[in-house]
Design a protein around this ligand. Structure first.
Ligand code: ACO
Length: 427
């Protein structure tokens, strides 16, 4: 029997090839549908639409599986480093020791920002949200690094990718420093990627900063957990922006803007704010009832996911990392107890069971980041920092594809049909 999909529209039957990937659902290739039938498909929110081919990341949402280039996220989070995962995403294979050393060295040689770019910060209000600063400063990179914006040149693409991964911690730390009125701290390339970021964020010129290895490891792991997540909203934004031939700095700025929203990367900030609002475990049932009430816009932040209909594997690692960080810093946070109790009650509630709503990566991340010392406004910035490597890897994959086209969705038009203009004096 043919593996084609048959579509009957009116009196006609059309066939479309069914294409299999290496794993996961097959897709129906409908590229000829409009030319043959004069009809579009309608899929707002892209719940059933594969927008591209990709060999980077695979998610099985029903089973709670996340693989980068085939490697399970749990193994990468436990055994790898963010630099190694970055190499893997960008190059397709785990690096040899020599390749990892060279890659880390290359990234460390791009950590500084053009000095003039630092003056951009002073144009922002002191109380500007750091994500607003990120959108502006990352977009502005294209005005400073013209020598790597020829997207047709693979060498330019490689350099701009390295620049973005390397400069993001410097940009993010400076956004934080500006908000607290402290001097910017320049990178120290003798430190690891994550250790350097911690120093630029929490160090001050007046004192020597010692990187706490447990915190460094925990944050590195958080970066791994956020490195890529296939065709989510911000990654699709980067690809769509890039499909027009826009330079990579502009594309990543577009991804950052999309990530900011509370339904996406902004959820980690919203989840911690929600836990603070709930406060003590005795108030949880009231909030669970609110989340279930269709007339109340309140949702449990950090719960539910478009793809995962099972426990988000990243949330599992995040929960154990909270315990590690608390132990190392010798701190506790009553909000962690509230979060654990909220998870337990929600996971036993028929509403959440029926709708398959589980904690996602954002549910516990805010608690760790808060224990490390980051204010809530920085949470989404950290997500953007880590996701940059995924965005550039996806962008590179798209640009290297010889069949790549500008992304241009169609629509179901529901506005007025053609009518004649009425002059102002007749209206
Ligand atoms: N609390 C209460 N109810 C929820 C929640 C929630 N967190 N999430 C989904 N639901 C309900 C919806 O009301 C809907 O109910 P209905 O079928 O009766 O209308 C049903 O579950 C399906 O939800 P949708 O919004 O249709 O699912 P979608 O896939 O579009 O949304 C999303 C996924 C945006 C993540 C959603 O679950 C949500 O808003 N969660 C809270 C925000 C959040 O944590 N976002 C982070 C996502 S992970 C990331 O970006 C890193």
């Amino acid at each position: 029997m043919s593996n084609d999909a048959r579509l009957i529209a009116g009196n006609e039957e059309y066939t479309y090839p069914v294409v299999s990937g290496s794993v996961g659902p097959d897709v129906i290739d409908i590229r000829k549908l409009y030319a043959q039938t004069g009809m579009f498909t309608y899929d707002p929110g892209f719940t059933s639409t594969a927008s591209c081919e990709s060999a980077l990341t695979y998610i099985d949402g029903d089973e709670g599986v996340l693989l980068h280039r085939g490697y399970p996220i749990g193994q990468l989070a436990e055994q790898s480093s963010f630099m190694e995962v970055s190499y893997l995403l960008l190059n397709g294979e785990l690096p040899s020791p020599g390749q990892l050393k060279d890659f880390s060295h290359t990234i460390s040689r791009h950590t500084m920002l053009h000095e003039q770019l630092m003056t951009f910060y002073r144009g922002f209000r002191r109380d500007a949200h750091p994500m607003a600063i990120m959108c502006g400063v990352v977009g502005a990179l294209s005005a400073f690094y013209h020598d790597s914006t020829d997207i047709a040149d693979p060498v330019h693409r490689k350099i701009s990718s390295h620049r973005l991964v390397a400069k993001m911690p410097t940009i993010a730390a400076a956004a934080y420093k500006y908000s607290v009125g402290q001097p910017f701290v320049y990178p120290d390339n003798s430190l690891s990627y994550t250790g350097n970021f911690l120093r630029m964020t929490f160090g001050v010129p007046a004192e020597k900063y010692e990187v706490n290895p447990v915190v460094e490891r925990a944050l590195d792991r958080i970066f791994i957990l956020h490195a890529d997540h296939e065709q989510n909203a911000s990654t699709s934004t980067v690809r769509l922006a890039g499909s027009s031939g826009a330079n990579p700095f502009a594309c990543i700025a577009a991804g950052i803007a999309c990530l900011w929203g509370p339904a996406h990367g902004g959820a980690n900030e919203a989840a911690l704010n929600m836990l603070k609002e709930i406060g003590t475990p005795d108030r949880i049932p009231h909030y669970i009832e609110r989340a279930k009430d269709k007339n109340d816009p309140f949702r449990l932040m950090g719960f539910g996911h478009r793809v995962y209909k099972n426990y988000d594997p990243r949330a599992t690692v995040m929960q154990s990392t909270v315990r590690e960080v608390f132990k190392s810093l010798n701190v506790t946070d009553p909000l962690f107890e509230t979060a654990l109790r909220l998870e337990e009650l929600a996971l036993n509630d028929p509403y959440f069971i029926e709708k398959k709503l589980f904690p996602n990566v954002d549910f516990y991340s805010g608690i760790i980041l808060s224990a490390i010392g980051f204010p809530t406004t920085m949470f989404t910035v950290l997500f953007a920092l880590a996701r940059t490597v995924g965005w550039v890897a996806q962008w590179n994959e798209m640009i290297s594809d010889p069949g790549q086209k500008i992304g241009r969705p169609r629509q179901l038009y529901t506005g007025p049909t053609s009518r004649d203009y009425v002059s102002l004096d007749k209206r």
